[in-house]
Design a binder for this molecule. Sequence first.
Ligand SMILES: C[S@@+](CC[C@H](N)C(=O)[O-])C[C@H]1O[C@@H](n2cnc3c(N)ncnc32)[C@H](O)[C@@H]1O
Length: 262
Amino acid sequence: MDTTSTRYYNEIAASYDADYKTPFWRMYNEVTWNYLKDCLPENKTDSLVLDAGGGTGLWAVKLAKLGYRVVLTDVSEGMLDVAEKKVVAEGLSDRIRIINSDITDMRQFQDNAFDLVLAEGDPVSYCSAPQKAIKELSRVCRKAGYITVSVDNKLTWMKRSVERCDFAAVDKIMSTGIAMMPTTENTGYPAFTFTIDELEAIFRKNNVRLVRTVGKPVFAGKHDLEDEDIYNKLLEYELRYASVRWLAATGGHIAVIGQKEY
Ligand SMILES: C[S@@+](CC[C@H](N)C(=O)[O-])C[C@H]1O[C@@H](n2cnc3c(N)ncnc32)[C@H](O)[C@@H]1O
């Protein structure tokens, strides 16, 4: 499949890790880890984790280093190549399997195959059919296993479009939920955006009990995050308040954490 998002991630794969090393993304990842760590299966060696849309392996590598066995999937060969090199360099080939697979159709995996299922960094927004993707994430997760999904927030993209007086974008978000993600080209690639209510409703529809909804981030914006004191103070507040519902609704991204019911 060669959607614009796949082409984009193939193009930027080599610089992806370096581009996401800024303090802003470091803080974003800290907020993610703050909920992810509470979802980890107790038994490391017998558990299997799915890192769907896992890209260059940020979470797969972290979890494998903790002792988990992980299947990392993505549709960008470029991102998977970077992940593969990292996995080999870290000596984690026996714990991480890398597979080219579309999050909307993971028929190579059986029902209930995974103890923990992640779709971090918005693959559900970038895929062609978010509802199908979440149905698949739920299908492959075992009963009582955790599922975490982060997506682009509709409110954030609506506000950005209005700030730019881009009313064509406003109308598109209103009618389809789709926002164009900026790229090096002028066109961008389409992303499905969601409100927290919309994302939560898809979880419920697919037998996933809601555990937590998080805004990522809810405070950090134009601050000088290179300043360690500012960074630490904001991080403290992000971790404290990211799950307050009315604040979570305003996050740059939103994440829903759920547990499969049956
Ligand atoms: C922003 S990156 C996040 C990567 C990784 N999860 C992380 O948190 O660093 C988004 C990833 O979603 C992947 N993606 C987009 N559409 C997808 C699809 N239909 N199925 C699987 N992965 C997809 C992209 O190729 C890209 O690697």
